[in-house]
Design a protein around this ligand. Structure first.
Ligand code: ATP
Ligand code: MG
Ligand code: MG
Ligand code: MG
Length: 563
């Protein structure tokens, strides 16, 4: 493409409202422009990169057996009411009314639409498993849209959904999707980790996030480089040192129930909403006071709905203590239903399990990942209990824990029957019995991935695109296009590269060389071909953007040199 025909509005100055590299450079290099807060136009260069990322995503999705479709962004409120999320998703969901005053939402995600589609079209186990995906704009009215494409209010997502007749089938496809995600982010050249994540909001269990390691990431992850262990810190891996021998154990009789603390006081210690603290009990264990709180992360109007309640403890120096000394979650029960009448039951269960000495989750698969001991341990076994820290041994016993900031670029999730049950998406099994479909969902932030790549690959002069994602592979720049020998050679190179399927941007503008080179560095195409003084001898200079390495090449050798 000739640059004179493009729209690449580069900027010399760093825009004052952009505080991270990728945002600054994508603006300066003329890749994006903001329309409204968190809403962007992707200009021609960015569109090219998006297409390359999407091609990788499509190839890997098809390889994982998922097929593409496209669903509406405009979604009827009735679907969201069926799943219940109309009431729980909060103000992140963009809502609107049509001319007949019917309510709609702009798709923040598509579980509801796809579940209703599959429920109507698939009736038999013979049609399962089925994996479908789309690449589409999503709308979320983020509280704090920022960092350019990293957190937009309208952004591009690849979202896939799988439907199964059995848990084993879901496990199999989840594994394939996990592999596809690893392939996608590797092919994008990203330094990432797949981390164990919190399944709260969606109400399933197995879930992993794909995190690009970057100082501008909004999540913190704990991982070990020696092993495969990696977790989102939200999972609050707890490190416990505990009595190992029988004689170390404090007998249950010595655990004295001291009383309760007011919910108001407790919520102040824990710095959580009062409505989240459901019950509190104070124990005395060896001269230490341990306050046990039953907590329900049950926010309705604003943030996530976490469908579970759990018990947590704080150690107090005295029963009067009002300052938080040490805090951690020591047990978790659930997920459970969200109905308010069930809260009391859960609270009672949690308290009685603590009194009876079972503080770890006492149900398979509900214990914390990374906690040692993981489950069925008793309150009197603890010597020390705290959140995992850098330098701690990895919970899998291999290597030491390091912390890093991460950008969540992808998320895979075993949903189970959360949506199929609520929305009555059933199939007939081999015995003719009706069963709810078992589901998985898998998202990638396509526009966020573009920004993550830009964040990882740049220098003080601009962006540095990996060849397979670059808008064009080569940038041809005649130093002075008014000189006929330079223009003619540049024209010949432009044709030559096109004939050889090497995508090329040809800077045919009437600009000073300094401007052309600065723009070229900003844009960051992998190979620059400068046509200058030696044009009459058919000799050009090649410069590799990434290394700064230059060499002179004859026209005859050009294609073999750069390909
Ligand atoms: P975050 O924790 O960053 O808010 P999320 O967990 O809400 O993300 P998911 O619902 O898991 O996001 O959506 C799937 C993917 O969509 C995310 O992994 C991320 O890559 C992308 N994504 C989510 N929100 C945004 C956003 N506001 N802007 C750009 N990409 C986003
Ligand atoms: Mg979010
Ligand atoms: Mg997240
Ligand atoms: Mg997520």
């Amino acid at each position: 493409m000739k640059q004179s025909m493009m729209l690449i509005p580069t900027l010399r100055e760093t825009p004052s409202d952009a505080d991270i590299k990728s945002h600054q450079l994508l603006l300066r290099a003329g890749f994006i422009r903001q329309n409204a807060s968190g809403v962007y136009s992707y200009l021609p260069l960015a569109k090219k990169v998006l297409q390359k990322i999407e091609t990788i995503v499509r190839e890997e999705m098809e390889r994982a057996g998922a097929v593409e479709l496209l669903m509406p962004a405009l979604q009827q409120a009735e679907l969201w009411q069926e799943s219940g999320r109309w009431y729980t998703y909060g103000s992140e969901l963009m809502r609107l009314n049509d001319r007949h005053d019917r309510k709609f939402a702009l798709g923040a995600t598509h579980e509801e639409v796809i579940t209703s589609l599959v429920r109507d079209e698939v009736k038999s186990y013979k049609r399962l498993p089925l994996s479908l995906y789309q690449i589409q704009n999503k709308f979320r009215d983020e509280k704090r849209p920022r960092f350019g494409l990293l957190r937009g209010r309208e952004f591009i997502m690849k979202d896939a959904y799988s439907f199964h007749a059995s848990q084993e089938s879901l496990d199999e496809v989840y594994e394939k999707m996990f592999q596809a995600y690893s392939n996608i982010f590797s092919r994008c050249g990203l330094n990432f980790r797949a981390v164990i994540a919190d399944s709260g909001a969606m109400g399933g269990k197995d879930t992993h996030e794909f995190m690009v390691l970057s100082d501008v990431g909004e999540d913190t992850i704990a991982y070990s480089d020696e092993s495969n262990y990696a977790a989102n810190i939200e999972m609050a891996p707890v490190v416990a040192t505990y009595h190992k021998s029988e004689e170390d154990l404090v007998s249950l009789e010595k655990v004295e129930t001291v009383g309760k603390k007011s919910i108001q006081e407790v919520s102040e210690y824990l710095n959580v909403d009062e409505t989240k603290c459901l019950k509190s009990l104070l124990f005395k264990v060896d001269e230490k006071y341990v306050l046990v709180v039953v907590r329900g992360d049950h926010e309705v109007n604003d943030v996530k709905l976490k469908n579970y309640y759990d018990a947590g403890s704080v150690e107090l120096a005295s029963p009067e203590e009002t300052k938080l000394v040490l805090g951690c979650s020591i047990g978790s029960i659930g997920p459970v239903a969200t109905k308010s009448e069930e809260v009391e039951v859960i609270a009672d269960q949690a308290v009685s399990s603590i009194i009876n000495g079972v503080c770890g989750a006492n149900e398979e698969d509900f214990h914390f990942t990374g906690v040692n001991p993981g489950r069925d341990f008793s309150v009197e076994q603890f010597l020390d209990l705290r959140f995992i820290q850098e330098g701690d041994p990895s919970p899998d016993g291999i290597g030491k824990i390091v912390f890093a900031k991460g950008i969540e670029v992808g998320h895979v999730f075993k949903l189970g029957t959360r949506y199929s049950e609520a929305m009555n998406a059933t199939f007939l099994d081999e015995n003719g019995r009706s069963q709810p479909m078992i589901m998985g969902c898998y998202g990638i932030g396509v526009s966020r991935t573009l920004a993550a790549v830009a964040e990882q690959f740049n220098d003080e002069n601009g962006l540095i695109w990996p060849t397979n994602l670059s808008p064009y592979e080569a940038h041809v720049i005649p130093i002075n296009a008014k000189k006929e020998d330079q223009r003619l050679l540049a024209d010949r190179i432009y044709s030559l590269l096109q004939e050889n399927n090497i995508s090329v941007l040809y800077d045919d503008r009437d600009e000073r060389p300094g401007v052309k080179f600065a723009d070229s560095d900003l844009m960051g195409l992998p190979v620059r071909i400068t046509v200058g003084k030696k044009a009459s001898e058919d000799i050009v200079e090649i410069k590799i953007r990434k290394t700064g390495e230059t060499l002179e090449v004859n026209f005859e050798k050009l294609v073999e040199t750069i390909s």
